[in-house]
Design a protein. Structure first.
Length: 468
């Protein structure tokens, strides 16, 4: 298997595809992972936006607007289909693997052209079952990888390339549009462009302009929809509301031990024991800085979950490939390769399956349909989103943690009027309010008391005479 992928032959990509399919079948047949809270919320968001509502204006959630557009399109085409999310996620995963390996070959990153980085990256995607699910992080990281590939071109070409410089910025801006936290990579693009790729002042400004172009188009879209003012009020909350953890970071150490050890050995080999051309030195510096910024990204990330780790995989696959290509103890190479490519995916499936009961906030519990009325919609203002398994969102507040920050902030009279209008326009039939957030809102906006009454402990219902 090691020798098969070490050869420079595009037919090896078929082997990568079969590898991904094999472990997908194993996961589907022998393991049954429940829906995760984020994936359920993305499906609910797509469903709500498909009804004509506008993110940040009618629905409070921290999903990037481009990702929200993808989820809306998926709901229009397939409804609430987890299979659609899984299959489309695997398409993006395979594209990332193909593009990254092609970039390494195109710019002569290694002394030999090989498909080892592709199989290594495919194995790393099996670090956790959710890395291959469609998510804003996976969508955005795909465009970050495209920008990264354009940066690699500047380590080889000795001439100014306005097209690739502009593409670096545009890809980075699109990544931010899919996942707002990726704005953190703007300093990465600027710093590496100046320090490693030797950008001229003209190239630097071209790249920055390209970065803000997709964001400007998003602003134009909201202006066109007459929601720009309210969107600009909500966007800062995406970065300022309190963090919450679906999984403890320490839970990643066990499945990450082998990849981290191989990465550190590969880093040592490539940095201290192996000669490299000037271009290869620049490329290694780019990857090291990429990994540092990927680690720094977690100071911005609000929901701590393993699917957020996808940004590390290109850098890790590079250094692990250095280990496999240049480590001198040949007797250790094949067992390490076997452990990474075959043992690790199987072991991690068992590992995460055992943690379903532990990471209870990450997995959606089975809600009892009988505890809710027969109305099709509900607005959940509490941590447990399980009612959305059977009900659609019937109000403006989707992300519970962001909604807390939005509702508890000091508001002007105009902003209070906007909140009142959001609720009156959408008229949620039932509000689950175990934590008293909606109760406090009723005290803040007494006019809403005319429309809602406490029907059960922690449950508010729209009065019959108040309905359209």
């Amino acid at each position: 298997l090691f020798s098969f992928f070490r050869v420079n032959d595009p037919i090896r990509l078929v082997g990568i595809l079969l590898y991904v399919i094999l472990f997908s079948v194993i996961s589907w047949v022998f393991f049954s992972f429940p829906s995760t809270t984020p994936s359920l919320m993305w499906m609910v968001l797509g469903e709500r936006l498909s009804e004509g509502y506008l993110l940040y204006v009618d629905v409070i959630d921290d999903t990037g607007p481009l990702s929200a557009g993808v989820f809306t399109g998926l709901h229009i085409l397939f409804g609430r289909s987890p299979i659609a999310y899984i299959l489309l996620g695997k398409i993006f995963v395979f594209f990332q693997i193909y593009y990254w390996n092609s970039t390494l070959i195109k710019y002569r990153v290694f002394d030999e052209n090989t498909y080892l980085p592709a199989i290594v990256m495919a194995a790393l995607f099996h670090f956790s079952f959710d890395l291959m699910y469609l998510s804003p992080t996976l969508l955005g990281s795909t465009f970050l990888l495209l920008a990264f590939g354009q940066l690699f071109s500047h380590t080889v070409l000795q001439k100014e390339s306005s097209e690739s410089t502009l593409l670096i910025g545009i890809y980075g801006g699109l990544a931010t549009g899919f996942h707002w936290n990726f704005v953190f990579f703007l300093p990465f693009l600027v710093f590496t462009g100046l320090a490693i790729s030797s950008f001229t002042v003209r190239q630097l400004f071209l790249s920055i302009m390209g970065f803000f172009l997709p964001i400007l188009l998003i602003l134009v879209f909201y202006f066109w929809k007459d929601g720009l003012e309210q969107a600009l009020q909500v966007w800062p909350i995406v970065f300022t509301y309190l963090n919450y953890a679906y999984q403890p970071s320490l839970s990643w150490l066990a499945p990450g031990a082998l990849p981290l050890v191989l990465t550190l050995i590969g880093f040592a080999i490539s940095s201290f024991f192996r000669g490299a051309t000037i271009n290869q030195q620049k490329q290694r510096q780019l990857i090291v800085i990429w990994l540092l910024f990927s680690a720094g990204l977690f100071f911005l990330v609000k929901n701590n979950a393993s699917y957020q780790l996808v940004v590390f995989l290109p850098g890790l696959s590079y250094f692990i490939s250095q280990f496999f290509l240049h480590f001198s103890w040949t007797l250790l190479i094949r067992p390490a390769f076997f452990g990474l490519v075959l043992v690790l995916p199987l072991w991690t499936l068992n590992y995460w399956d055992d943690r379903i009961a532990v990471d209870s906030s990450y997995f959606v519990a089975a809600a009892d349909e009988n505890t809710l009325s027969r109305q099709t919609g509900v607005m959940v203002l509490e941590k447990d989103p399980s009612p959305y398994r059977y009900k659609s969102l019937d109000g403006p507040f989707l992300n519970y943690h962001m909604s807390i920050s939005y509702l508890k902030q000091e508001k002007t009279l105009q902003q209070k009027a906007q909140v009142f209008q959001m609720i009156r326009r959408q008229q949620p039939k039932q509000v689950l309010d175990k934590d008293g957030l909606f109760k406090d809102l009723l005290e803040e906006l007494p006019a809403l008391k005319e429309f809602y009454s406490l029907s059960n402990p922690g449950v508010y219902s729209l009065k019959q005479e108040s309905r359209r």
